[in-house]
Write a protein that binds this ligand. Sequence first.
Ligand SMILES: [Fe+2]
Ligand SMILES: [Fe+2]
Length: 168
Amino acid sequence: MKELYLDKNGFGFEHDIYNDVREIVYATSKPEDVIAYLKASHWRFEHELIPRIEQNFLGLIKLTPNSKSLPIILNLFMKFQVSLKVHMDVEERITFPAFLNNSIPAKSANENSHSHEDQEPFLSEIIALLKKSKYASNPFCQLLIQRIENFDLELKKHAWIEEKIINS
Ligand SMILES: [Fe+2]
Ligand SMILES: [Fe+2]
Protein backbone atom coordinates (compact mmCIF):
# COMPACT_ATOMS: atom_id res chain seq x y z
CA MET A 1 0.00 0.00 0.00
CA LYS A 2 1.33 3.40 -0.91
CA GLU A 3 0.45 6.81 0.31
CA LEU A 4 1.41 10.18 -1.01
CA TYR A 5 2.83 12.63 1.37
CA LEU A 6 3.86 16.20 0.76
CA ASP A 7 6.08 18.07 3.12
CA LYS A 8 5.94 21.79 3.81
CA ASN A 9 8.58 22.56 1.18
CA GLY A 10 6.59 21.04 -1.62
CA PHE A 11 8.53 17.81 -1.96
CA GLY A 12 6.24 14.94 -2.69
CA PHE A 13 7.03 11.37 -1.77
CA GLU A 14 5.39 8.05 -2.04
CA HIS A 15 5.80 5.85 0.96
CA ASP A 16 4.87 2.25 1.05
CA ILE A 17 3.71 0.66 4.28
CA TYR A 18 7.32 0.20 5.34
CA ASN A 19 7.82 3.91 4.95
CA ASP A 20 10.60 3.77 2.44
CA VAL A 21 10.79 6.56 -0.02
CA ARG A 22 9.96 5.31 -3.49
CA GLU A 23 9.65 8.27 -5.71
CA ILE A 24 9.82 12.00 -5.61
CA VAL A 25 6.66 13.29 -7.24
CA TYR A 26 7.69 16.85 -7.68
CA ALA A 27 9.87 19.52 -6.20
CA THR A 28 8.72 23.05 -6.80
CA SER A 29 11.63 24.67 -5.04
CA LYS A 30 14.49 26.66 -6.53
CA PRO A 31 18.04 25.25 -6.13
CA GLU A 32 18.72 27.70 -3.26
CA ASP A 33 15.60 26.48 -1.49
CA VAL A 34 16.58 22.86 -1.92
CA ILE A 35 20.00 23.55 -0.40
CA ALA A 36 18.46 25.58 2.43
CA TYR A 37 16.14 22.67 3.11
CA LEU A 38 19.00 20.15 3.12
CA LYS A 39 21.12 22.37 5.39
CA ALA A 40 18.22 22.83 7.78
CA SER A 41 17.90 19.04 7.91
CA HIS A 42 21.61 18.73 8.70
CA TRP A 43 21.16 21.17 11.55
CA ARG A 44 18.18 19.25 12.84
CA PHE A 45 20.03 15.92 12.66
CA GLU A 46 23.04 17.27 14.53
CA HIS A 47 21.36 19.47 17.11
CA GLU A 48 18.00 17.86 17.70
CA LEU A 49 17.64 14.25 16.62
CA ILE A 50 21.09 12.90 17.49
CA PRO A 51 21.29 14.52 20.97
CA ARG A 52 17.76 13.30 21.74
CA ILE A 53 18.65 9.72 20.80
CA GLU A 54 21.88 9.96 22.79
CA GLN A 55 19.93 11.13 25.85
CA ASN A 56 17.53 8.22 25.37
CA PHE A 57 20.43 5.79 25.27
CA LEU A 58 22.02 7.26 28.40
CA GLY A 59 18.70 7.19 30.27
CA LEU A 60 18.13 3.57 29.35
CA ILE A 61 21.67 2.61 30.38
CA LYS A 62 21.10 4.32 33.74
CA LEU A 63 17.96 2.22 34.24
CA THR A 64 19.76 -0.99 33.35
CA PRO A 65 23.25 -0.56 34.85
CA ASN A 66 24.16 -4.23 34.39
CA SER A 67 23.56 -4.27 30.70
CA LYS A 68 26.61 -5.19 28.67
CA SER A 69 24.96 -4.85 25.28
CA LEU A 70 23.52 -1.33 25.55
CA PRO A 71 26.87 0.49 25.92
CA ILE A 72 28.13 -1.45 22.90
CA ILE A 73 25.08 -0.41 20.86
CA LEU A 74 25.51 3.19 22.01
CA ASN A 75 29.11 3.02 20.89
CA LEU A 76 27.94 1.95 17.45
CA PHE A 77 25.60 4.93 17.36
CA MET A 78 28.47 7.26 18.35
CA LYS A 79 30.55 5.91 15.47
CA PHE A 80 27.64 6.42 13.13
CA GLN A 81 27.15 10.03 14.13
CA VAL A 82 30.84 10.87 13.77
CA SER A 83 30.82 9.59 10.19
CA LEU A 84 27.54 11.38 9.48
CA LYS A 85 28.99 14.68 10.71
CA VAL A 86 32.02 14.27 8.45
CA HIS A 87 29.70 13.49 5.55
CA MET A 88 27.49 16.54 6.18
CA ASP A 89 30.53 18.75 6.53
CA VAL A 90 31.86 17.67 3.12
CA GLU A 91 28.46 18.33 1.57
CA GLU A 92 28.21 21.83 3.03
CA ARG A 93 31.77 22.79 2.10
CA ILE A 94 32.03 21.13 -1.33
CA THR A 95 28.94 19.49 -2.77
CA PHE A 96 26.30 22.12 -2.05
CA PRO A 97 28.35 25.15 -3.21
CA ALA A 98 29.31 23.25 -6.38
CA PHE A 99 25.66 22.47 -7.04
CA LEU A 100 24.68 26.12 -6.59
CA ASN A 101 27.50 27.25 -8.90
CA ASN A 102 26.39 24.73 -11.46
CA SER A 103 29.80 23.17 -11.34
CA ILE A 104 29.28 19.58 -10.42
CA PRO A 105 32.39 18.31 -8.64
CA ALA A 106 34.65 15.76 -10.30
CA LYS A 107 32.97 12.41 -10.35
CA SER A 108 35.16 10.83 -7.72
CA ALA A 109 34.67 13.70 -5.29
CA ASN A 110 30.98 13.63 -6.00
CA GLU A 111 30.75 9.94 -5.38
CA ASN A 112 32.70 10.21 -2.17
CA SER A 113 30.61 12.98 -0.77
CA HIS A 114 27.42 11.38 -1.92
CA SER A 115 27.81 7.80 -1.15
CA HIS A 116 25.14 7.05 1.39
CA GLU A 117 25.61 3.33 1.12
CA ASP A 118 28.23 3.19 3.86
CA GLN A 119 25.91 4.80 6.37
CA GLU A 120 22.79 2.89 5.60
CA PRO A 121 23.44 -0.40 7.37
CA PHE A 122 24.41 1.37 10.60
CA LEU A 123 21.01 2.46 11.88
CA SER A 124 19.26 -0.69 10.66
CA GLU A 125 21.81 -2.71 12.57
CA ILE A 126 21.37 -0.62 15.72
CA ILE A 127 17.58 -1.02 15.50
CA ALA A 128 17.90 -4.78 14.99
CA LEU A 129 20.26 -5.12 17.96
CA LEU A 130 17.90 -3.15 20.22
CA LYS A 131 14.94 -5.24 19.12
CA LYS A 132 16.87 -8.42 19.90
CA SER A 133 18.05 -7.19 23.30
CA LYS A 134 16.32 -8.27 26.47
CA TYR A 135 15.23 -4.67 27.04
CA ALA A 136 13.18 -4.58 23.86
CA SER A 137 9.89 -4.55 25.78
CA ASN A 138 11.01 -1.76 28.12
CA PRO A 139 8.97 1.37 27.23
CA PHE A 140 12.14 3.51 27.24
CA CYS A 141 13.76 1.10 24.82
CA GLN A 142 10.65 1.16 22.63
CA LEU A 143 10.76 4.94 22.55
CA LEU A 144 14.44 4.77 21.63
CA ILE A 145 13.76 2.31 18.82
CA GLN A 146 10.95 4.48 17.51
CA ARG A 147 13.14 7.58 17.51
CA ILE A 148 15.94 5.81 15.66
CA GLU A 149 13.45 4.45 13.13
CA ASN A 150 12.09 7.96 12.52
CA PHE A 151 15.61 9.32 12.20
CA ASP A 152 16.44 6.56 9.74
CA LEU A 153 13.42 7.48 7.64
CA GLU A 154 14.34 11.19 7.64
CA LEU A 155 17.88 10.35 6.62
CA LYS A 156 16.68 8.17 3.76
CA LYS A 157 14.43 10.92 2.49
CA HIS A 158 17.27 13.42 2.81
CA ALA A 159 19.74 11.16 0.98
CA TRP A 160 17.16 10.53 -1.70
CA ILE A 161 16.78 14.24 -2.43
CA GLU A 162 20.55 14.67 -2.55
CA GLU A 163 21.04 11.77 -4.91
CA LYS A 164 18.19 12.60 -7.26
CA ILE A 165 18.34 16.37 -7.36
CA ILE A 166 21.97 17.24 -6.83
CA ASN A 167 23.49 14.39 -8.76
CA SER A 168 21.10 14.60 -11.67
FE1 LIG B 1 23.15 15.68 3.56
FE1 LIG C 1 24.44 13.08 1.88
